[in-house]
Ligand binder design. Structure first.
Ligand SMILES: [Zn+2]
Length: 309
């Protein structure tokens, strides 16, 4: 019995030591704060408008919590609200908690991980499609630029590939474009074969881009803004299956981003005809099709940029 009590006491002691250790290590993970940082992060102050470090920051990267380093916002969701503080229309899922202010009017936002005060969130102001403005103090965050160069590929079919490529090859952050065929059932098709309509391929542009300079969001927006995505069975005067509008996604992330913009367009009242398909093998087209309009010093007849987003 005595030995049992000793064992129990040791266990209880161990448990307490363990808990104490956990608390210490959790606290140690937090960064020490300057008095200016404490005034905002702990005492829920607000920095003066247009003075914060990140108000005009347009670089690609992630905004993390100044106190605990938890990722909070992505540069893709930052927009210029001219309110004087960094503004985002979305958070990194689950990163931020909301709390009604003492005055009962405004909604405070805090880091979900450590409770650091970030700022306030405002709804229904009409700034962006999401109708949400996370108004965040720069001092509550730290910006981590996306410095690691990651090369990604995206595949878009939007009618005659000369026109699709024309816009993508000129976009910022795009390293290379190639026109070709995708989504059919024959191997290594020629242009002549595709034009018969019997191979099932769509004229497609492969876009290779640098994720430190641009994003898939930007690519998808450009895709929708440079063709008539409501047209079924062709594009402009080009009628036939090879001219159908398709996003061939290469990852679940690309699929989600594409779905996001299709939803936005549907909400705007557009009847989106664009298909969303998992990317199969891409077959490069013949050399004379590559960078066609630049070689001919021409401009596309049915791919004209119009701003939507
Ligand atoms: Zn935090």
């Amino acid at each position: 019995m005595k030995s049992n009590i000793v064992l129990l006491t040791t266990l209880v002691q161990l448990l307490f030591t363990q808990t104490a250790c956990n608390q210490t290590s959790k606290q140690m993970k937090y960064n020490s704060l300057t008095s200016e940082e404490k005034a905002v992060i702990l005492n829920k102050g607000t920095e003066r408008p247009f003075t914060g470090e990140y108000v005009d920051n347009k670089a690609t990267g992630t905004y993390i919590c100044r106190q605990c380093n938890a990722p909070l916002y992505r540069s893709e969701d930052k927009f210029d609200s001219r309110c004087g503080w960094p503004s985002f229309d979305d958070e990194i899922p689950g990163a931020v908690t909301r709390n009604i202010d003492a005055d009962g009017r405004r909604t405070e936002i805090m880091c979900k991980n450590c409770g650091a005060h970030l700022g306030h969130v405002f709804l229904n102001e009409g700034f962006t499609e999401k109708n949400t403005r996370y108004c965040v103090n720069s001092i509550s965050m730290k910006f981590i630029p996306a410095t690691k160069k990651v090369i990604e590929k995206a595949y878009f079919a939007s009618g005659c590939f000369w026109g699709t490529e024309y816009h993508f090859m000129k976009a910022k952050g795009v390293i290379e474009t190639t026109v070709g065929y995708m989504g059919g059932h024959t191997l290594s098709p020629s242009y002549k074969e595709v034009c018969t309509g019997e191979t099932g391929h769509a004229e497609t542009t492969e876009v290779v881009y640098d994720t430190t300079k641009t994003t898939y969001d930007v690519m998808v927006k450009l895709f929708f803004e440079t063709h008539d995505f409501t047209q079924v069975g062709g594009q402009g005067p080009d009628i036939g299956d090879q001219y159908r509008s398709v996003i061939f996604f290469t990852s679940s992330e690309q699929k989600q981003v594409s779905e996001k913009y299709i939803n936005i367009l549907s909400q705007k009242g557009f009847k989106v005809a664009t298909l969303l398909e998992k990317a199969p093998k891409f077959w490069s087209a013949e050399d004379y099709h590559q960078e066609y309009y630049d070689k001919k010093h021409g401009t596309p007849y049915c791919h004209i940029y119009r701003k939507i987003f």
